[in-house]
Design a protein around this ligand. Structure first.
Ligand SMILES: *Cc1c(COP(=O)(O)O)cnc(C)c1O
Length: 392
């Protein structure tokens, strides 16, 4: 669908409200229909054999999928967008669209754990060699390039430990050797970081998180540059990928309010972290939006906002028993992994098997928080009583 009402000169919030919609095509209704379908009928054989109508086969898309793809294409400034079943599915498809047997892929050591699992289990069987790199190496990535390096997979900030990386510098180096640059941009969402403007070719979202935003569906999105689009489109079609219309609809519904939700996530996170940073058991906050964070300068240069996901380390001497006691004492923060909904969450950070370049201290005691849309004063009180219970 054409995003008829969204123009390049419009600002991000206007595009969020208008992109990917064409009410005049659906009797004036604001939202597109949720098309449940398999068979598509043709008026006559001539139309059938010439492919002379917009929709030909359910798997190849319908007005609902077109609407979400069109909206994201506009928001990400992409040549094309594909929707996947989950964030991990989007990551796997994006990687498979740009590597082949004999290739070498560089992946940030701080990438999302299941990304590593995919790379370590599936790619070697296809004779793609996988190498992890220190996310903070910047232009030093050149020293890892081989003649067969065809892809560089970035993610910022890093999963669980929140290191930033210099994506524009890494992307420029990768382009010099013709490699495709991928970025898992789930933390910032396409609203607070626009990977394609940083030189990324395949911008990936776990749409499950902030796009859906209500903890009620899983989705993944891949926005491609001109260079990467054909490979992605071909792979997606050949693999028979298709996402159910109800989940697409939840993505579209979430997308419209992304900006107001993120603004509140950001504000609440700042309020909670300003308090948390002053608590005796807490040694360090991990959140590039904070001025004290080592990744702050890069964040400020490349991102326009910070979301609700952060972590903090307990001071040396804290035990795993204390970390678990703290987590078990929380009442408003749920213990759960998949973040990005309206509710606050907490997990213990466990890095075992998740890093191969960085040395990980086995005593490392850290907690990841997702700061939801609750009143931050209630969240602070909850954290306060849990710290008291665990640390006295
Ligand atoms: C959650 C997450 C994913 C995976 O998304 P799913 O929809 O759960 O598969 C990928 N990358 C990051 C950074 C995530 O946080």
């Amino acid at each position: 669908m054409s995003s008829t009402d969204s123009k390049p000169q419009h600002k991000a919030d206007t595009r969020l409200a208008h992109a990917g919609r064409d009410p005049s095509a659906f009797h004036g209704f604001v939202n597109p229909p949720v098309v449940h379908a398999s068979t598509v009928l043709y008026p006559d054989t001539a139309t059938m054999v010439t492919g002379g109508q917009t929709y030909s086969y359910a798997r190849r898309g319908n007005p609902t999928t077109d609407s979400l793809e069109g909206a994201l294409k506009d928001i990400e400034g992409a040549a094309g967008v594909k929707i996947a079943n989950s964030g991990l599915n989007a990551i796997a498809l994006a990687i498979l669209s740009c590597v082949k047997s004999g290739d070498h892929i560089l992946i940030a050591d701080t990438a999302y754990g299941p990304t590593r699992h995919f790379a370590d289990t599936v790619l070697p069987g296809m004779k793609v060699s996988v190498e992890y790199y220190d996310p903070q190496l910047g232009a030093g990535i050149k020293s890892l390039f081989r003649p067969e390096t065809t892809a560089v997979f970035t993610e910022a900030p890093g999963s669980l430990t929140f290191e930033m990386q210099d994506v524009p510098t890494i992307a420029a180096a990768a382009h010099e050797i013709g490699a495709t640059v991928l970025m898992d941009n789930t933390w910032a969402s396409p609203l607070y970081c626009q990977p394609l403007t940083l030189g990324v070719d395949l911008s990936i979202q776990a749409g499950t998180k902030y796009i859906v935003g209500h903890s009620d569906a899983t989705l993944g999105t891949i926005a491609a540059s001109e260079k990467a689009w054909k490979g992605l489109d071909t792979l997606y079609g050949a693999m028979g990928c298709h996402v159910a219309p109800d989940d697409i609809f939840l993505g579209l519904r979430g997308l419209r309010t992304l900006s107001v939700r993120l603004e509140r996530h950001q504000r609440n996170t700042r309020t909670v972290l300003d308090w948390l940073g002053n608590q005796a058991p807490v040694a360090r906050i991990r959140y590039p939006g904070l001025e004290t964070d080592p990744g702050h300068a890069i964040w400020k240069r490349d991102f326009s906002g910070a979301s609700g996901l952060c972590a903090f380390d307990f001071a040396a001497g804290a035990t795993q028993e204390q970390t678990f006691a703290f987590l078990d004492a929380l009442t408003l923060f749920g213990l759960g992994y998949s973040w990005g909904g309206f509710e606050s969450l907490a997990i213990p950070v466990r890095l075992k098997g998740m890093r191969s370049v960085a040395d990980v201290d086995p005593q490392f005691q850290s907690v990841r928080l997702h700061i939801g849309l609750e009143d931050p004063e209630d969240l602070i009180n909850d954290l306060d009583q849990a710290l008291m219970k665990a640390f006295g």
